[in-house]
Structures are given as structure tokens and as C-alpha cells.
Design a protein around this ligand. Structure first.
Ligand code: NAD
Length: 302
């Protein structure tokens, strides 16, 4: 089966490699020549010189792009996916996208006889590298079953979430959950430290008790506690994009999100401060400033 893959960044590079390694013939394209060069070292992966070349003979085309504007630009235009994909083929967007954008594009593809799935992923670069991602799929269920063998190459946890846009919704809810936990954990730890408890003891005790969350046991020990925000697999820019899309959805539906609004405010402030390329938990530094503490430990993560 011929597969096209567009977007070979932190996530796409690994996902495309797994698809080729699973035995599918893959034509890959990215704006960055280096990213293509790295991928085509994998047997069965070949270079495409444009979106159209990656897509025109493919039965399934994947995109893994930063967000809605990039997806819309790859889909539209004279050389875009809408023009170049064959009727009967399937377009799978692995990007974390806006549900409204996904639904609009899905309708446009349907008019051309092409089925579209929104299939954003979770599990980070580590999960992408290991091929163990969660994949949250929206769209036609029979189409999902048709592409399941390829999706199984990139993820071990496949979730059919309902009609078009539902995969995107589940992903935005997942990411807001993760960022809200980071905000809450940063706030709580700043209280304990300000009150005089050693950060290592505080984090260790809470991490092993009912107040635990992934931020405390996994993310902070590797990043925040070590002031190690550089060269992240997932940037604050992309994370702030996801938070913003979740809040935008809530506004549209009239769902009050007091906790989400606080996360949105701090993530936007982090971008204004130029922290966009840093890891998503960097926004806890705003709480550190407000509380007058630094959540830093010299100890190696366990
Ligand atoms: P990235 O910025 O590392 O990669 C994006 C790639 O898309 C880049 O290589 C870029 O050159 C390419 N690109 C951009 N515009 C293009 C165009 N017009 N044509 C061809 N290529 C183009 O991003 P990433 O971290 O790999 O994330 C990709 C998607 O997955 C995002 O939607 C992100 O929110 C989501 N995601 C990321 C992670 C993570 O941990 N990094 C985890 C889950 C989901």
C-alpha cells in the first residue's frame, strides 16, 4: 500500500519511520530538507519533492503539522492535498487541530470522494519513538477500520471517538487536563516550599500519596526542578496553541472554564516573555515569581 506523509518534525519523523518499517511504501515531504534526508534512511521510505508528489499516488496520506494554519495551507492551494489526492483515498490528520477546522476540511474532502479522519496523538516524542502513542480518532468508523493497520504502526492505544472533529476534541481535553495539572502542581508546591518544606521531600511525599499527578512524579523532576527547559520535544508554542484551541471551543459552547482560563492566561504570558521554544512547564515560573520561591532541586531525578 502506498502512503504519503507530510510533516517530519519531532513527532512525524518517528511516526513516518514506523509506518515504513511496518512494510508500507512511504513518500515523505517536509519543508525542511534535513528532515526528509533523515527519514529516507529507512527502507521503503522515499523522498517526495512536494505535497502533491507525496499524495498523488497514495491510498492514505498523513499530516503531522504544527496546527490549523499549516494544515489548511497543505490541504488547500493548487498543489495541496485536496487537488492532488485520488478519489477513494483517505486523509488522516495526526496534528492537534481545531475541531471546527477539521470538520470544514472533512466536508471539502468528502465532496471530492476522499474520506478524512482527525487522529491526533498523545504520548510525546518518547511515545512516538517507541510506537506506543495514544491515537484519538474522529470520522467515519469504517474508514477508521480501514486505516487501523497503519495507525497500529504508530500507536498501541487507538480510540475511536465518534464523528469528524471528535478526535480533535478529545485531544484538546487531554492536553488541557495535562496543563491544568501542571499549573495546580506548581501552585501547590510553591505553597509548601514557601512554608518551609524541602522541595524534594514535598514532591516525594505528594508523589507517593493521593495528591500525585504526572507533573510531580515525571515532568517536574526532569525539567522544572532542574531548570532544564531547553530543547524540549514539545514546545510551549504548541502547548499554548492547544490550550487556546480548548478555550476557544469552550467559549463557542458557553462552557465555563475558570481553571482553563487561568492556564490560558499564564501560557499566553509565557509566550509574551519569549518562552515559546521552551518546555510547556516553563509557565510555572510565573507562579514562582508571584509566590517568591524557586522550585529547584540539585538532586538527580529518581
Ligand atoms: P514540529 O514543529 O517539530 O514539526 C512540524 C513539522 O512540520 C516541521 O518539520 C515543519 O518543517 C513541518 N511543516 C510545517 N509546515 C509545513 C508545510 N507547509 N509543508 C510541509 N511541512 C511543513 O511539531 P511536532 O512536535 O512534531 O508536532 C506535530 C503535531 O503533533 C502538532 O500539532 C503538535 O501539537 C502535535 N503533538 C506534538 C507532541 C510532541 O510531544 N511534540 C505530542 C503530541 C502531539
Amino acid at each position: 500500500m502506498q502512503v504519503g506523509f507530510i510533516g517530519l518534525g519531532h513527532m512525524g519523523q518517528h511516526m513516518a519511520r514506523h509506518v515504513a518499517e511496518a512494510g508500507f511504501d512511504l513518500a515523505a515531504y517536509d519543508l525542511q530538507a534535513d528532515a526528509i534526508a533523515q527519514l529516507v534512511q529507512t527502507p521503503r521510505a522515499r523522498r517526495a519533492s512536494s505535497v502533491a508528489e507525496a499524495a498523488s499516488s497514495a491510498e492514505i496520506v498523513f499530516t503531522s503539522l504544527p496546527g490549523p494554519p499549516e494544515v489548511e495551507s497543505v490541504v488547500g492551494g493548487p498543489d495541496g492535498l485536496l487537488e492532488s489526492m485520488q478519489p477513494g483515498s483517505v486523509y488522516v490528520d495526526l496534528s492537534s487541530n481545531s475541531p471546527a477546522t477539521v470538520r470544514k476540511l472533512s466536508a471539502a474532502f468528502a465532496e471530492r470522494g476522499i474520506s478524512m479522519l482527525d487522529a491526533p496523538v498523545a504520548g510525546g516524542v518518547t511515545g512516538a519513538e517507541a510506537g506506543t502513542l495514544s491515537v484519538m480518532v474522529g470520522g467515519n468508523q469504517a474508514t477508521f477500520e480501514r486505516v487501523r493497520p497503519v495507525l497500529s504502526a504508530i500507536g498501541t492505544k487507538l480510540f475511536y471517538c465518534g464523528p469528524s472533529g471528535n478526535g480533535a476534541i478529545v485531544k484538546l481535553c487531554n492536553n488541557l487536563s495535562s496543563q491544568a495539572q501542571i499549573a495546580a502542581a506548581g501552585e501547590i508546591l510553591s505553597l509548601g516550599v514557601k512554608a518551609g518544606v524541602d522541595l524534594d521531600i514535598l514532591a516525594k511525599a505528594i508523589g507517593a500519596s493521593t495528591g500525585t499527578c504526572r507533573a510531580i512524579v515525571d515532568i517536574f523532576p526532569k525539567q522544572l526542578f532542574r531548570r532544564k527547559f531547553e530543547e524540549p520535544g514539545f514546545s510551549s508554542i504548541l502547548s499554548a496553541k492547544d490550550t487556546h484551541l480548548a478555550i476557544e471551543l469552550a467559549h463557542k459552547l458557553g462552557v465555563p472554564m475558570p481553571i482553563g482560563e487561568i492556564v490560558e492566561r499564564d501560557k499566553q504570558e509565557a509566550l509574551r516573555r519569549g518562552w515559546g521554544p521552551l518546555s510547556p512547564d516553563v509557565f510555572v515560573r510565573l507562579q514562582e515569581e508571584r509566590a517568591g520561591v524557586v522550585l529547584e532541586t540539585a538532586k538527580e531525578p529518581a
